[in-house]
Design a protein around this ligand. Structure first.
Ligand code: AKB
Length: 319
């Protein structure tokens, strides 16, 4: 992989924790720099840097010091938390994106990855299948910040000839961390809390279908997009990517087929309104055509893999 050095911002988060090992496999542990605003408690085999990405000077220094060529910028305030603190959420999400894009411009970085989200969609989107070129009218601060992020990516790509790539992540389901601050978190919590206590109270209604993706597919989509020849990429903002779509009650049924004693109750809170403003499924024909995207994990495989992994994680905690 030549002399590429990869900086991951927000390495302790849900996607970062799963992406780092894959990047180490590809680039080697010396060429991957994990960074986050909080110290890392995992036994990382790469270097770790405490980094506040809202500070442009610190972002520049990190890229300059390590001769970074590729940045994965994963730090963000997610949908539920940004509704709790709208100004702080907007500020962090946009300030960090602009800091990364500015450094990409001045240091002429080879590639940058900045995720977007299904949160860019709103009531105008076809709920049954959100198209790539939908009218974007998000109802959340997080969604507004992701639409702005996509527009900034497009602007820097065109105006400064950068190579910034992006995926509109569906809700990501993985065992690496227990996510917090999002609307799709229930799909991970149901495994952890359900397996630990045999009971889980879901904050969404039983029939709320949302687009989701299993972590292994999310990481593969990210790497495949970053590896794709630039000439094949027709979307210069952010790609729709579909994994699986299901409702909380479908997930509960699938988990119950392995753990029959699991009981799931439903007590919708403010996150129900957020979920309802998002589409149920995503049309990812551009990702399929431009870089051959195809998910491997359906609901059955996702649940089977999650149960195996979450049981191991829970055993580690009790030992
Ligand atoms: C959230 O729920 O806020 C995130 C997302 C869909 O981007 N997981």
């Amino acid at each position: 992989m030549g002399k590429d050095v990869v900086l991951v911002i927000g390495a302790n988060g849900q996607v970062g924790s799963a992406l780092i090992p894959r990047l180490i496999e590809i680039y080697g542990n010396y060429a991957v720099i994990a960074s986050d605003i909080r110290p890392n408690i995992d036994n990382l085999s790469c270097r770790f840097l405490l980094l506040d990405a809202t500070d442009p000077k610190r972002v520049y220094e990190a890229v300059n010091h390590y001769n970074v060529t590729i940045v994965y910028h994963l730090a963000a305030v997610l949908s539920a938390n940004a509704e709790r603190s709208p100004v702080a959420g907007w500020d962090l999400n946009i300030r960090t994106v602009l800091n990364v894009l500015e450094v990409a411009k001045t240091r002429r970085l080879a590639k940058v990855f900045i995720p977007s989200s299904i949160a860019v969609f709103g009531p105008s989107t076809a709920q049954q299948e959100a198209q790539q070129f939908s009218y974007l009218d998000p109802t959340t601060v997080y969604g507004i910040s992701k639409v702005a992020t996509e527009n900034w990516i497009f602007y820097y790509n065109r105006k400064h000839q950068l190579d910034v790539r992006s995926i509109r992540y569906p809700g990501v389901i993985g065992s690496e961390t227990i996510p917090s601050g999002g609307t799709t978190d229930y799909a991970v919590e149901m495994f952890y809390k359900g397996l630990a206590n045999d009971v889980y109270t879901c904050y969404l209604k039983a029939d709320t279908a949302l687009p989701m993706i299993y972590m292994e597919d999310a990481i593969r989509a990210t790497i495949e997009l970053m590896d794709a020849p630039k000439k094949d990429l027709n979307i210069q903002s952010s790609y729709n990517v579909e994994g699986i779509s299901f409702t909380p009650s479908e997930l509960a049924q699938a988990i119950k087929s392995h753990i029959p004693k699991l009981k799931v109750y439903y007590e919708p809170d403010f996150r129900q309104h957020i979920a309802q403003s998002w589409p149920c499924a995503i049309n990812d024909q551009y990702a399929a055509a431009d870089w051959n995207w195809k998910p491997n994990f359906d609901l059955f495989n996702t649940v089977k893999r999650m149960i195996e992994k979450v049981i191991l994680e829970l055993e580690k905690k009790t030992n």
